[in-house]
Ligand binder design. Structure first.
Ligand code: KG4
Ligand code: ZN
Length: 339
């Protein structure tokens, strides 16, 4: 079954066509980063207005690239949450309107399930069961994954998400939005052992995270430093190392606790090179394998939503007739498709 999906949960308009039998047939993305940069972060109303402009041209590009007649699609998926309510409504309205016009079903999808399953788009996909570390701008989750819709939360951030901590620390250092990749780049030129940083919540049992203290620590350290270029690079490197170490310790703990042999790491922060290197080394040493999405599918994209849409639509799931988007939506509340 070929499925087209639309992702508009934040500041990227993503559209893709995927089929479990044929793989990814088309994928298009428009990033609004340049529009939001002047404001230092995503402005929800600007995001919604831009999704309106981009979504239909991207759908047309994808259909052309895939060479697919829309009437032959098995359905249209769209991100129904979590995310910015206005932005989600644009994708939902577009998807539902197209599906109605094409006389095919539509289905609202969970953005974090898209991230969670994004490594399944790779040539050597991980097999269930696995542990997933989901690290994005809004979420930091460790999840035990037994299959599609079979998710048990192992741990979550009690305050800031890890991407948010990256972004806020980057802002402190005067780096442009989006801060995460800019901070990682600056960290390459710095010394990670210059500023001692905490590894929050690693010295007590459990799999929850907390990143707001680390961010505050970075702010204090910055104010007490000379605030020169050298200081900024060293602080970026020290901060990144503390985050990577913290995530590594919690992943090791989750793998030990569950006895799983596969770790999946996805979401925007999974694009971080140091995090990838460190988790690969740890997996090699501890005897588990680690899977990431390709870099382009670490951050928000339509391909991961088309994959989830194809799996769920093929299992018979359908929208119930109402447009229902949710800015907050727990991953654990998702269900396995009915047999
Ligand atoms: O998954 P995503 O694109 O959007 C959400 O669902 O939130 O994640 C965006 C987050 C941002 O906080 C961004 O700064 C962070 O991922 N990010 C990175 C890197 N690339 C993106 N953080 C650290 N290192 C990177 N290379
Ligand atoms: Zn995301």
């Amino acid at each position: 079954m070929r499925v087209l999906a639309i992702e508009t949960s934040c500041d990227e308009t993503g559209v893709a066509v995927y089929s479990p039998a044929e793989g990814l047939l088309a994928d298009a993305l428009y990033s609004q980063v340049d529009l939001h940069r002047v404001y230092g972060g995503v402005v929800p109303e600007i995001a919604s207005r831009d999704h309106v402009k981009r979504v239909i041209p991207l759908v047309n590009d994808c259909l052309q690239e895939a060479g697919v007649d829309p009437g032959t699609l098995g359905g249209v998926g769209y991100t129904a949450g979590p995310g910015l309510a206005g932005a989600l409504l644009i994708g939902a309205a577009a998807a539902r309107g197209l599906a109605l016009g094409w006389s095919i079903p539509s289905l609202g999808l969970h953005h974090m399930e898209g991230h969670l399953l994004s490594p399944l788009l790779e040539p050597e996909p991980p097999a269930f069961p696995f542990v997933a570390l989901l690290v994005s701008g809004g979420h930091t989750l460790l999840v035990d994954v037994k299959g599609l819709g079979r998710y048990q939360l192992l741990g979550a951030s009690l305050d800031d998400a890890v991407g948010e901590a990256f972004d806020k620390t980057a802002k402190l250092l005067g780096l442009p939005y989006p801060g995460g990749p800019a901070l990682a780049e600056l960290a390459d030129r710095g010394r990670a052992d210059r500023f001692p940083m905490p590894r929050p919540m690693t010295n007590r049992p459990g799999l929850d995270f907390s990143f707001s203290g680390l961010k505050t620590h970075a702010i204090t350290t910055w104010r007490q430093s000379g605030q020169g270029d050298r200081d900024a690079a060293d602080l970026a490197a020290s901060f990144q190392q503390a985050v990577v170490d913290t995530l590594r310790i919690k992943c090791q703990r989750a793998m030990r606790q569950t006895g799983r042999s596969t770790l999946v790491v996805s979401g925007g922060v999974s694009a971080n090179r140091k995090l990838r290197e460190r988790l690969r080394q740890t997996g090699d040493a501890d005897g588990w394998s680690v899977h990431f999405p390709r870099l382009a599918f670490s951050t928000d994209n339509g391909a991961m939503m088309a994959l989830v849409g194809a799996l769920r639509l093929a299992a018979g799931e359908r929208d119930n007739g109402e447009i229902d988007v949710r800015s907050r939506w727990s991953l654990e509340s998702l269900k396995e498709p009915a047999p």
